[in-house]
Ligand binder design. Sequence first.
Ligand SMILES: Cc1cc2nc3c(=O)[nH]c(=O)nc-3n(C[C@H](O)[C@H](O)[C@H](O)COP(=O)(O)O)c2cc1C
Length: 302
Amino acid sequence: MAVVNSRTREAARVRIDYERCLGCGACARVCGTTLTMEGGRPRVEQGRLFGCIGCGQCAAACPADCLAVEGRTMTPADMVPLPPLEARAGFGELYGLMLARRSVRLFADREVDRETVDRVVAAASTAPVSIPPSDVNVWLLAGRAKVREFAFEFIDQLAAKKKWLFSPLVLALMRPFAGREAVEAMRDFVGPLVDSIVAARERGEDALLYGAPLVMVFQGSPYASPADPMIAATYATLAAEALGLGSCMIGTVVPFLRQNKRLAAKYGVRPNGRDGLAVVFGYPAVEYRRAVRRTFANVDFG
Ligand SMILES: Cc1cc2nc3c(=O)[nH]c(=O)nc-3n(C[C@H](O)[C@H](O)[C@H](O)COP(=O)(O)O)c2cc1C
């Protein structure tokens, strides 16, 4: 039985060109589901677990390029040459990029061109997913005017529901299944944050999406792991940094869009989306002079 998601219900197929196969076994060693070695040759055993998930590990590891993976949206053309070593960031460059990244909330009066948008999306699509193919949907809105219109409509609808959403009754009803910490966060963090966003809107300011020229929403399908869209959004922020763009994750957008199906439909956000994260992008209007050293809550060796 194949692993089902919103894009596919089938197992992928692996074809092996035995004429070219060296019998090295690399494909079977990296495969967690389907390939075994028998008599010095790889064998496809779709029934062993849940069949081939189309991760491409076998074809990526094969020194003779004799494996083709097809199905679950994958085609042999999806196996592309590895970038040469000199084209890959080393730890120093990657760490430098990560350290230099800040959440940017002040944007220059400059749009983001289509080619740059496409590069961010292409880079984010390389993110690991719980089970391929990715079941993350990306919804994006480009152009300062469009983003502002969306932000103001979003805030107006949020303002209309604010009293009810953060009422003592709703918070009390939430507590048994969401837990005390979630209720505290709603009451002491999200509530005041929404109040300040609504107050700024009354002054004609966009304190939700910060007047950014580009917003992307990464949202998983009901089949996806809640981590999938978050990881894709994180990759997008790093890609943006490398392209000279600032970015900021916006946590309030997806939970409210899930509640407000009419608004989502009006702006073409796919229905049935689950967890996810919005990210705004734009050229920074401030230059940062220092980085911030951060720590985890705990780093424990077991
Ligand atoms: C899941 C998540 C949701 C966030 N939501 C918001 C948000 O709604 N508005 C905002 O201004 N920043 C938001 N941020 C950005 C954080 O506030 C920011 O990462 C934090 O202040 C640390 O700053 P830095 O990213 O510059 O290190 C969010 C970050 C994450 C990871």
